[in-house]
Design a binder for this molecule. Sequence first.
Ligand code: HEC
Length: 151
Amino acid sequence: MKKMLLVTAAVAGLATALPAAAQFQKAEDAIHYRQSAFTLIANHFGRVAAMAQGKAPFDAKIAAENIAIVSTLSKLPLTAFGPGTDKGGSTKAKPEAWSDAAGFKAAADKYVAAVDKLDAAGKSGDFGQIKAAVGETGGACKGCHDKFKAK
Ligand code: HEC
């Protein structure tokens, strides 16, 4: 029992240390990292969104699996917008993501809160809750993109 607690603590420690551990040698590495993380999030979010929109049959288990992945990955791209990563590689992030840091943080917080709700909805297995949370999360993605991502 004691051993199990230790293992759990170690895994929890790893999970919280992970974003901080994402450090980059070059701006280009950070840019590539956040684009890759967003690509993965969009893929798994898209599978749930298709169910919410009736484009794919609803399966609570598949939805929950994909939501769990979105939830795990959700904060990773946010760790890769550090100072100096506005250029140095092929990025679609607008300069406003840095010049309007408060606005960017507000958009990020909204998204984190929406993903938290999505996470809870995935665990509930309830289609109505998932659908509502997908709508809110999708809105948070778009809200940030409209302001801070070039088309
Ligand atoms: C806080 C702002 C913010 C939020 C929230 C956000 N994004 Fe983004 N996203 C960006 C920015 C900025 C870029 C451009 C990154 C770059 O090119 O350096 C981007 C890029 C992307 C890309 C393109 C990746 C590539 O290969 O170039 C995808 C796909 C994406 N986001 C999907 C999502 C999805 C899906 C969500 C919601 C679940 C989301 N984003 C939430 C800011 C955000």
